[in-house]
Design a protein. Structure first.
Lengths: 220, 143
């Protein structure tokens, strides 16, 4: 596989190194001279200096071949967006992954159809919510392309769904239960599955169905 | 008519002042509060300190009611993003984006942004000026 990695900071350099270790062909692009010189000692001809939002820089890195994948991993969200748009729409790169530094910019990537994206701050927040639940519904995964999300719900003693079978729950359209975790053991949720206090339930749903799901499972 | 100018450098501030004189209601956004000085001491419009790509700032600056948005920060990629957000998310009818890099200017104008590329304008103007220095007969001989 041939990959272009834009941005030679900690993220970009580590990804490039990992890709190379797996036997891939990689070109890393870094704009800052000090960083570039350090990277050059390790990556030699596999790192190029330049602004990866400039077409001639991307072309020198072989974007017109095109590569199998372009990774836009700079510390600047505007730059990552432009790199991703150029790669996808100008050069027809089949796969683009973009880094989102500021989670508030996620909406811009979604608006412009840049997917998948990776945002460290959002991932860490999702883990924090998972470990220290503040809300009854924890977001585990967003499937952007499918426009679906996977959430976790903890059933407690006061939940109206405790003691009920899944088939008897009045689940909203656009929401399904996936699995039930009880005593460290997970089972696929079927119609006959009975929910109990302490269950951790995974559900898949369309965005916006959360309140209805919360009402059915937790009534809050 | 309402205009939102993102970026209050030499270009953005001049556009803001001219539009305001022509009777527009103008709001200016810049990340640096010192940029307000470029609008003069008696700027009657609104000036907001903030990032042009921050949707909350754009909303506060009235992008939802704006008839025109001009993206004129010193960053091409910021302007590209502001322009696309104004056009695609907020459906602003007139969106004008300054892009200094001619290559990116071409790409985004093909994709439907109204792009102004001062670099290309400068090249054309300079070339015209140089050509006009050459007497017509010399030009013909070199051809």
């Amino acid at each position: 596989m041939y990959a272009i990695v834009a941005g030679g900071g900690k993220v970009g350099a580590n990804v490039a190194r990992s890709l190379l270790r797996l036997g891939n062909e990689v070109t890393l692009i870094e704009q800052r001279r000090d960083r570039f010189e350090r990277l050059e000692e390790e990556f030699e001809h596999q790192v190029q200096r330049g602004d990866a939002t400039e077409l001639h820089v991307l072309e020198r890195a072989g974007v017109a071949r095109p590569p199998d994948i372009v990774l836009a991993l700079t510390g600047d969200d505007e730059d990552n967006l432009v790199i991703a748009q150029l790669a996808k729409e100008k050069y027809g790169v089949p796969q683009v992954i973009a880094r989102v530094n500021d989670p508030r910019n996620q909406a811009h990537f979604d608006l412009l159809g840049i997917s998948p994206t990776v945002c460290a701050a959002s991932s860490i927040m999702a883990l924090v919510e998972h470990e220290v639940p503040e809300h009854e519904i924890i977001h585990l995964l967003e499937l952007r392309k499918e426009n679906l999300e996977i959430v976790e719900v903890q059933i407690d003693r006061d939940s109206p769904s405790a003691g009920k079978r899944v088939e008897n729950l009045d689940l909203p359209d656009g929401a399904r239960l996936i699995s039930v975790m009880r005593g460290g053991h997970a089972e696929i949720a079927v119609g006959a599955t009975q929910l109990e206090e302490g269950d951790q339930v995974l559900a898949i749903l369309e965005p916006g169905k959360e309140d209805e799901l919360r009402r059915v499972l937790l009534r809050r | 008519m309402k205009a939102l100018i993102v970026g209050c450098g030499r270009v953005g501030s001049s556009i803001a002042l001219q539009l305001q004189q022509e009777g527009w209601e103008v709001t200016v956004v810049d990340e640096n509060e010192d940029a307000l000085a470029r609008l003069g001491e008696r700027w009657p419009g609104i000036f907001l300190v903030g990032q042009g790509i921050d949707v909350d700032v754009l909303r506060e600056a009235g992008i939802e009611e704006a008839d025109a948005v001009v993206a004129a920060t010193d960053g091409d990629n910021t302007n590209i993003l502001v322009g696309q957000v104004a056009q695609k998310r907020f459906d602003v009818g007139c969106v004008v984006v300054r892009i200094l890099d001619p290559a990116r200017a071409d790409f985004y104008s093909e994709r439907g942004l109204r792009v102004v590329c001062p670099t290309k304008t400068a090249i054309d103007t300079l070339m015209g000026a140089v050509r006009s220095c050459v007497p017509a007969n010399v030009a013909r001989v070199t051809l």
